[in-house]
Design a protein around this ligand. Structure first.
Ligand code: CA
Length: 422
């Protein structure tokens, strides 16, 4: 789920010290950028919460939730102040993608991934055949989301979602997910006390939010339950089902690291530019290990180019499967981590050839605003000075870089601020 900045609203990610890079927002998880009006004062007490809950019951009833389900789910319910603390945490500083990847694709996580692939080989083969999603991708997502089930979160999802729904900047998300959670119980897919997860309501081994669960969770073992907390068949099948619905196709590549020729036009590294492999090859784009792209990949397969750390870092051509992983979590850093972990766990690569620009660093929120203000002052138009580096800011930065004889990659970093004399 998710383009602008800020870190994931995912307890597991926070606990595992693997929050995503700045320009990214979640897609299965709430969008931290989406601010919503405060429904009540932050000082609202329990009495107000109960009054709010009475009103919410009418909304949930209109959505088809039975009164007895709510009576049971809401018995003794109160807000969880810790959820507000986590929800309000908007970090000023963002993490560099290389720091994120160091943690997300650590030697330990790779070794554990190999062991999990071996342990669940038969089950994963069945799921692969049924859904057309590669086993190593499923295991990599499992590893990224909860460290293979080690950190699933033990927040009571009903309480966490009711807390978010009651007040703060994710009330819309909280309301819709709370209704989703109630429907899970009403449909008998899981018991009320099963609904444990992150503080933002992402549940189970691969962290499904309730609406995703309702739409895509699968009862693989046929016991009538969709048990994403305890049954690995249900976990893998649900995750594969969601990836398949997102467009993932088995035995197709996620992408490849590439090298770019001298004088390459970095404006082609744009989410809206998709070209067949044969066209990239004709421009002089090669696999990072030197081999031609033609022969290694379908020449007609369409790919886009990403430069996660600008022209000074590695480049990747990515295919539709990368886009399917992005639907799980709309962060380039996350999708790259899944891809690299899947390769490393399967013993088929996973190492990046080009180095990251570790002497550079991403800009903080206030520095991003500073950059936008400086571009505006110099006659370039980055759009509003809001600290969100979107297409407008990148285009303005590229134009400034071009006019100043610098590689026009539109990558906002500390090096750019220095180059501007800021
Ligand atoms: Ca089941």
């Amino acid at each position: 789920m998710r383009t602008p900045l800020a870190v994931l609203g995912l307890a597991a990610a926070l606990a595992a010290a693997s929050p995503l890079a700045a320009q990214d927002t979640p897609s299965l998880r709430p969008d931290p950028q989406r601010t919503e009006p405060q429904r009540m004062s932050a000082q609202a007490g329990r009495g107000d919460f109960q009054a709010w809950l009475d009103g919410f019951r009418a909304e949930a009833a209109a959505a088809g939730v039975r009164a007895d389900v709510m009576d049971d789910a809401f018995a003794g319910l109160s807000v969880n102040a810790r959820v507000y603390e986590l929800n309000d945490n908007q970090p000023e500083f963002s993490r560099a993608i290389w720091d994120y990847l160091d943690g997300a694709v650590s030697a330990r996580r790779i070794a554990d991934g190999r062991a999990k692939l071996a342990e669940h080989r038969d089950l994963l083969s069945l799921i692969e055949q049924a859904y057309g999603v590669d086993a190593e991708i499923l295991v990599a997502i499992w590893g990224l989301e909860t460290s293979y089930g080690a950190i699933m979160g033990d927040y009571d999802a009903i309480q966490a979602l009711a807390t978010l729904a009651f007040e703060g900047r994710r009330t819309g998300y909280g309301r819709s997910q709370l209704i989703g959670a109630l429907k899970i119980i009403q449909n008998g897919y899981a018991d009320r006390d099963d609904l444990k997860g992150s503080w933002a309501g992402a549940m189970g081994h691969t962290q499904f939010i309730p609406t995703t669960y309702l739409a895509y969770a699968v009862d693989h073992n046929g016991d009538g339950r969709r048990d994403i907390w305890r049954n690995m068949g249900d976990v893998f099948a649900s995750t594969a089902n969601y990836l398949s619905a997102s467009g993932y196709r088995g035995n197709e590549a996620w992408g490849a690291e590439v090298s770019l020729p001298e004088g390459f036009d970095y404006a082609l590294a744009d989410r809206n530019v998709r070209k067949p492999v044969v066209e990239w090859a004709a421009m002089g784009v090669k696999q990072a290990r030197g081999a031609s792209l033609i022969g290694a990949y379908d020449p007609n397969g369409r790919a886009r180019l990403i430069l996660p750390a600008g022209s000074q870092g590695p480049a990747f051509l990515v295919f539709d499967n990368f886009g399917a992983i992005l639907k799980y979590n709309r962060s380039t850093a996350y999708a790259l981590a899944v891809a690299l972990l899947s390769e490393a766990a399967a013993g088929s690569g996973g190492a990046i050839v080009a180095g990251w620009p570790r002497d550079d660093r991403p800009l903080s929120l206030s520095e991003r605003k500073q950059l936008q203000a400086a571009l505006t002052a110099r006659g370039y138009d980055p759009g509003p000075v809001d600290g969100i580096v979107g297409a407008g800011t990148r285009a303005a930065l590229r134009a400034w870089q071009q006019d100043n004889g610098l590689p026009a990659d539109g990558y906002a970093s500390a090096a750019v601020l220095r180059a501007m004399g800021l």
